[in-house]
Write a protein that binds this ligand. Structure first.
Ligand SMILES: [Fe+2]
Length: 145
């Protein structure tokens, strides 16, 4: 697969909107599930939601394949400072996700829902820690420059 060239960028431009469309379709069918009381439609919507979610995963995998896979060399000071700023955003986003699942957990009664939400919340907690660890590494690298 082509990596790093112009064609990779063009391919990413083609693949990137796919996931957004799949998410949109998931939202459409979820809304219809709630509005339409027809057994055949209900079956189709559930199938479409499930398949769209799978497509979203595959779209994301394609983007990962297209993303640069090799290091060009050591990051410059400017790149590390830029990265630290982005990691601040990432930390806030992961914390926000954790809080969202944590608040939702308090409202859940169903055991399956509770267990699933708790599992995702705990994953988000790991994400917060992982981003913080990378931030510490970046800060250390910057202090050594
Ligand atoms: Fe996360």
């Amino acid at each position: 697969m082509a990596k790093g060239g112009k064609s990779t960028k063009a391919l990413m431009g083609i693949v990137a909107p796919m996931g957004k469309e799949e998410l949109k379709m998931i939202g459409l069918y979820l809304g219809l599930l709630d509005e339409i009381d027809d057994e055949e439609a209900w079956y189709l919507f559930r199938k479409m939601i499930s398949e769209s979610a799978h497509h979203l995963t595959l779209d994301t995998e394609m983007l990962l394949q297209l993303a640069p896979g090799e290091r060009k060399g050591a990051a410059t000071r400017a790149e590390l400072e830029y990265l630290r700023g982005k990691l601040d955003l990432a930390e806030k986003g992961e914390q926000k996700a954790y809080d969202m699942y944590d608040r939702a957990l308090a409202k859940m009664d169903d055991p399956y829902m509770k267990q699933t939400v708790r599992w995702i919340r705990d994953e988000e907690e790991k994400h917060v820690r992982m981003v913080r660890e990378l931030k510490e590494i970046v800060t250390r690298k910057l202090s050594r420059m």
